[in-house]
Design a protein around this ligand. Sequence first.
Ligand SMILES: [Zn+2]
Length: 120
Amino acid sequence: MEMPTPKGDDGEWVIIKDDLQEWIKELSSMLQEKGIPSRIALTPGCSAGKCGSTYLLLVTKENARIALENIEEYYMVLHPEIRESQEWVAQGRCPACGHHVGVDARECSDCGLMLIREEE
Ligand SMILES: [Zn+2]
């Protein structure tokens, strides 16, 4: 499988994050505010409806570390007490294994965990 590493004018682009579209967009604009250029790409090999709307966040290799630091910081600001499993559920992921199951899933297709969601 070929990895999506498009060559840009600024050098090599690397994937630093894969997540739901809205979160990737949020991180992308956050990085832009910090002066770090980023790109958004679809997960390779992900056909529609197969693995939800998983997107990739890419930055140039030289910015990868600073971008990750900024993302870490961003998480901390949003969630001072990081509880990863809650994070994952909010992102449509399985709290046990982190597999993207989508917000409507009742069961994790990866580890089989039953996902009980509170209906309004
Ligand atoms: Zn799972």
